[in-house]
Design a protein around this ligand. Structure first.
Ligand code: GLC
Length: 424
């Protein structure tokens, strides 16, 4: 890539975040996603810190306006915070029906990237005094969120947190969820999808998928958002390896930040949770695929689908076993890897949501983990494919791993933020 092209992409990335800025929170993209999303916000703040430090800390402060503070859900950070009303998105706040109204939120979470992004932001920040002040506010709230994950999503202290909705995994439509979702009844109530107003149906989930995820949303509300009832009775309960690894890594970063800045948190409980996950992680290993995979908690079986979440084990610092060979083979088949599902697998679809396309923020996490664990050649390959995508197609929501074509939403915030973080 030429230096001119790099500068141009950087200007465009900054302009994308500015254009998507809604005064305190950044919408992922106009129209399709007009509110604040949890893991998008964490990645987007990583982009803001490269050129507007106060704005980066604001992103977190606004996200935390959505945190719940009472009862068994204490510490919960929802996957959407509805800071304002918009009709272009389904399901909006009335559909979720949560008791929290100022601002209203959804009732499920998303992969907890926060502490890791915060630590990277801390390392990058030039105004250390302002950064330390922000972190003293934010870190205790994130610690309560980790406590929420371990307490409500792993009530038996097995070491493997579960998730109770495909949207909670952040990788909504991944082939791993097909069987677990097929057990969920289809809703019979009427509702109006809005995503197809913005993106072609061939790149979005099917109607059958929507009918079942709407059922799960309603189940949550009918259970009165009680995590105990949900953990026992929700018809969709899976262990998502990506969430396990992201939480595990984030807990280490949380402990490190709290230690460095002398912020009081319950470090002993977090260390105990980490130790449990280290013991339990081998249950996720698929000998057949040479990859960490997901687990169906209802059937008790591993879900033998080749999806990219397992490649976060390096990032988590969990033994990667023979995964380097697996990743290398995946990259051989995908000129613009890392695909969300292995190219050529039964359920691979190059252009459909989470069933094949590449997401740049996932590449960013893969690359960081690979580099930290000394897998330099693989880290370089992942980086090269990310840069090629930025160069060819700019800041789309996701990309075709075979052609590099940009897909889904355009001028996408976390994609632009990933560029800003990765470019140097
Ligand atoms: C989609 C993605 C999810 C993301 C959201 C906003 O729902 O699957 O991961 O957080 O869009 O970008």
């Amino acid at each position: 890539m030429t230096p001119e092209r790099r500068d141009q992409l950087t200007r465009e990335a900054q302009a994308t975040l500015r254009a998507n800025d809604r005064g305190g929170y950044t919408q992922p993209t106009a129209g399709l996603y007009p509110f604040q999303w949890d893991w998008d916000a964490a990645v987007t703040a990583l982009g803001w810190i490269t050129f507007d430090e106060p704005r980066a800390w604001e992103e977190f402060r606004w996200l935390l306006k959505g945190q719940w503070h009472d009862g068994p859900q204490d510490g919960f950070i929802p996957h959407i915070v509805f800071h304002q009303r918009a009709d272009s998105y389904f399901p909006g706040p009335d559909e979720w029906g949560t008791p929290k109204t100022d601002p209203p939120t959804s009732s499920i979470s998303q992969p907890p990237l926060h502490a890791t992004m915060l630590r990277w932001m801390w390392q990058r920040a030039r105004d250390k005094a302002a950064a330390a002040q922000a972190l003293r506010e934010i870190v205790p709230a994130i610690a309560r969120h980790h406590a929420w994950w371990y307490r409500t999503r792993d009530p038996q202290a097995s070491g493997l947190v579960m998730t109770i909705h495909p949207w909670e995994t952040g990788r909504d439509n991944a082939p791993s969820w097909d069987e677990a979702l097929a057990r969920v009844p289809r809703t019979t109530r009427p509702y109006q999808r809005r995503d197809l107003d913005h993106v072609a149906g061939s790149q979005r989930p099917t109607q059958d998928f929507y009918d079942r995820v709407v059922f799960l949303m309603d189940f949550n509300r009918e259970a009165n958002f009680d995590p105990g009832v949900i953990a026992r009775e929700c018809p969709f309960r899976v262990v998502d390896a990506a969430i396990v690894f992201i939480l595990h890594r984030a807990t280490s970063d949380l402990l490190a930040l709290a230690d460095e800045l002398s912020i009081p948190i319950d470090a002993a409980a977090l260390r105990a949770a980490r130790a449990r996950t280290e013991v339990a992680a081998p249950q996720l290993w698929s000998q057949t695929l040479g990859l960490y995979v997901n687990l169906d908690q209802v059937s008790g079986a591993r879900i033998e689908q080749p999806v990219h979440g397992g490649f976060l084990s390096w990032y988590a610092g969990i033994a990667a076993r023979t995964q380097a060979h697996t990743l290398s083979a995946w990259l051989d088949d995908a000129p613009f890897g890392v695909p969300s599902t292995r190219v050529g697998a039964d359920r691979f679809e190059a252009q459909r949501y989470w069933r094949g396309p590449v997401w740049q923020h996932m590449n960013l996490l893969f690359e960081a983990g690979l580099r930290e664990q000394g897998e330099t050649a693989l880290a370089d390959r992942v980086r090269a494919s990310s840069l090629a995508l930025f160069d060819a197609s700019g800041f789309h929501e996701y990309y075709d791993p075979l052609t590099g074509a940009g897909l889904g939403g355009t001028r996408f915030s976390w994609t632009a933020a990933s560029w800003l973080h990765m470019r140097s």
